[in-house]
Every structure is written in structure tokens, then in C-alpha cells.
Design a protein around this ligand. Structure first.
Ligand code: HEM
Ligand code: HEM
Length: 177
């Protein structure tokens, strides 16, 4: 019998992944556009998506604390430790990336108004230099997460197709138990 993650964990994993797959390329694209109303619109969408990710990740972590994942599939100890480490770091990135985005928006003097309705407090005062530094930090953190994401997917595919241990089914909302 195949043990799986619970439905809430599966739903949050994929919902958050989809939002990141949207917010990441949008961030790269919008940052290079010349100033225009269109650009500012993209910035708003990016920030709304990012804040949504932040909230969903907080819920996900609380849920995860209360709900143990299925027992790990058989693998050497170092792989088990590596997977735990990568999962922890992915959670950490999903927290600090939105926070750095929020901070950088504050420093650049562009307040975040979630879905145009809920204004988030500016965490720091307007400061052009700090804004640039935080922008670089936001960018670097994103490339760090991208790197780990590459490892994460490579490992998942290796389990599925080389070890043939059905690891993907554990996170597959459509898998049959
Ligand atoms: C997990 C969520 C997020 C991801 C994956 C993400 C990803 C990115 C990426 C890849 C860039 C392009 C960096 C560059 O090449 O310059 C970017 C830029 C940016 N992000 Fe995010 N971001 C996230 C959350 C947020 C949040 C929550 C905010 C603000 C509330 C935010 C605000 C910004 C801003 C303002 C820029 C453009 C900076 C500039 O051009 O001055 N981001 N983001
Ligand atoms: C095509 C993309 C993806 C695939 C195929 C995938 C696959 C998986 C699978 C199979 C698991 C379960 C591992 C196990 O059974 O031990 C998992 C867990 C996890 N994934 Fe993904 N994933 C993807 C995207 C992402 C993204 C974008 C993130 C975040 C940036 C992410 C973060 C996580 C985390 C943190 C866990 C650990 C869950 C826990 O035990 O708390 N995944 N993923």
C-alpha cells in the first residue's frame, strides 16, 4: 500500500508551486521593462501573488507541524538527510523571499496594497540605497531557491524513474491508493 501526504498538504504544495511558477518569471520580466503603467500593473500582480504565497506558506508550515508526513521511502541515510535539508531550506526560502520583497518595496517607497484593498505597513522608511541592496538580496535569494528547486525535481524524478519507488505518487493528487 502506497502511503501519501494528506490532501491538504498536497493541495498546498501544488497551489504554492503554481503561484511560484507564475511570480518568478513575472518578476524577471517586469524588472527589465521601461517605466509604464503596464509595468506598475505587473509589479502589483507580482506583489499580490508574493504576499499570497507568504500567507499560504505560513498556513502550510502550521499544518505540517500538526500532520506528520508519510514515513520516508527506503533510501541511504545521507539521501534522507539531504532531502530533509533541502525541504527545510525550500521552506526557509518561501518565507524570506516574500519578506525581502516586502522590505524592498517599502525601501523603494512603493507600498504594497494586497489585491488593491489591504495596505501592508511599510517595514522600513524610504531609502534608495537600501532599496537597491534589498532588490539584489531578493534576486539572489530567488536564484538560491531555483537551484534547490532543480535538485528537488531531479531527486523526485530519480526516485520515480530510476529507483521506481513511486515517490511522486505520495504528492500526486490523482494517484490511487
Ligand atoms: C515567493 C514569492 C516571490 C518570488 C518567487 C519572487 C521572485 C522575484 C523575481 C525572480 C524577481 C526579479 C529580480 C530581478 O531580476 O531583478 C522579483 C522582483 C521583485 N519582487 Fe519578487 N518575488 C516574490 C515575492 C515578492 C513579494 C511578496 C514582493 C513585495 C511585496 C515582491 C516584490 C518585488 C519587486 C518590487 C521586484 C522588482 C524590484 C525592482 O525592479 O525594483 N516580490 N521577484
Ligand atoms: C514540478 C515541480 C515539483 C515536483 C515534481 C515536486 C515533487 C515533490 C514530491 C514528490 C514531494 C514528496 C517527497 C517525499 O515523498 O518525501 C515533494 C515535497 C516537497 N516539495 Fe515539491 N515538487 C515540485 C515543486 C516544488 C516547489 C516549487 C517547491 C517550493 C519552492 C517545493 C517544495 C517542497 C517541499 C518543502 C516538500 C516537503 C514536504 C514536507 O514533507 O513538508 N516543491 N515535492
Amino acid at each position: 500500500m502506497m502511503e501519501r501526504y494528506n490532501p491538504v498538504s498536497i493541495a498546498l504544495h501544488w497551489l504554492i508551486a503554481l503561484l511560484i511558477f507564475g511570480a518568478f518569471p513575472l518578476g524577471l520580466y517586469m524588472a527589465d521593462l521601461p517605466l509604464s503603467p503596464q509595468k506598475l500593473q505587473y509589479y502589483s500582480w507580482h506583489k499580490w501573488a508574493g504576499v499570497t504565497i507568504f500567507l499560504l506558506v505560513l498556513i502550510r508550515i502550521l499544518w505540517r507541524i500538526g500532520h506528520k508526513p508519510p514515513a520516508p521511502v527506503p533510501m541511504p541515510r545521507w539521501q534522507r538527510q539531504a532531502s530533509d535539508a533541502v525541504h527545510y531550506m525550500l521552506y526557509a526560502f518561501m518565507i524570506v523571499i516574500p519578506l525581502s520583497g516586502w522590505l524592498l518595496s517599502s525601501a523603494k517607497g512603493m507600498q504594497t496594497v494586497w489585491f488593491g484593498v489591504l495596505p501592508l505597513p511599510d517595514l522600513v522608511g524610504k531609502n534608495k540605497e537600501l532599496g537597491e541592496t534589498l532588490h539584489e538580496l531578493h534576486e539572489m535569494l530567488n536564484y538560491g531557491m531555483l537551484l534547490l528547486f532543480g535538485l528537488h525535481v531531479a531527486a523526485a524524478l530519480k526516485h520515480q524513474f530510476i529507483d521506481k519507488d513511486h515517490l511522486l505518487s505520495r504528492m500526486n493528487p490523482f494517484a490511487r491508493t
